[in-house]
Write a protein that binds this ligand. Sequence first.
Ligand code: C2E
Ligand code: CA
Ligand code: CA
Ligand code: CA
Length: 283
Amino acid sequence: IKKAGRNGIRRFDAALDAELERTILLTREFQFALSRDQLSLVYQPIYDLKTGEMSKIEALVRWSHPEFGAISPGVFIPIAETSGQIMAVGRWVLEQACFQARHWRENHGWAGKITVNVSPVQFAQPTFVDEVKQTLLLSGLPAHRLELELTEGAVIHSPTLVQTALRGLQRLGVEIAIDDFGTGYSSLAYLRDLPIGCIKIDRSFIEDLASPRRAPQYAVALITAIVGIARTLDLQVVAEGVETQEQVDAVRGLGCDFAQGYFFARPLDAARLEALLDSGQPD
Ligand code: C2E
Ligand code: CA
Ligand code: CA
Ligand code: CA
């Protein structure tokens, strides 16, 4: 037993070492990601559940490494946050997304909102609002066509700084959405007190709607409660991670305004997204 235990520990150490090594390797490699053109954006449509219109498009960053291939943002965004590179990456993402949205208006007649994920690390910079303003000016995108997605954690962690930034963005006319709603802290006061226009119900709630193992009635009750809060506070509601027709019908029936997910479209590169805008069908 003793021997097996030691082996167990050794295996655990080895696994930990391998993971640490990989993180160090990726951290080093990510330094060059921007300058070597390894980053790109993909775009996922968000549909109005009443009209069927593509009201918004979320920009999502991708890292393609020449050796390691595609690395998930779930892996490299935390690395970029720790190394500080998130500032440059975030600026690049915002700029690309704004230029793209302006282009889609002029060349494909799409006048919806582009939504961009913002890391709490970016948001905590006193210069953030100015950067957004400069990017809007540079790209010629009207402020009302930009929505920034923040997680609850980001909003609650440094309240005064965040409040100042949110009010600055509100003055510019930029919209704010709360991402992964329902998974963070359970303070609701911030929804009332801060200039937030939209909440995105986390995918896990939508997933439970269809799961035979988890009781779907809880998901129904929770989504109903979230929509109720949103109605009271005059917020829009997006259902994330919608994968089936049943989920579409359910979230529409429960009063969600918008839906996003593989059922409608996966995140697409710009060319495929443009094909979708032109023909209603992806390439
Ligand atoms: P998120 O903002 O919650 O983005 C939604 C994620 O769910 C995306 O994963 C998307 O591809 C995936 N997804 C969309 N529809 C479905 C569906 O129907 N089923 C399932 N199973 N998944 C779906 P992705 O692109 O890997 O992004 C992961 C996370 O990385 C994002 O979560 C976001 O937190 C972060 N991220 C992505 N791009 C950026 C960025 O430019 N800046 C920052 N700061 N974070 C980013
Ligand atoms: Ca998001
Ligand atoms: Ca989300
Ligand atoms: Ca997320």
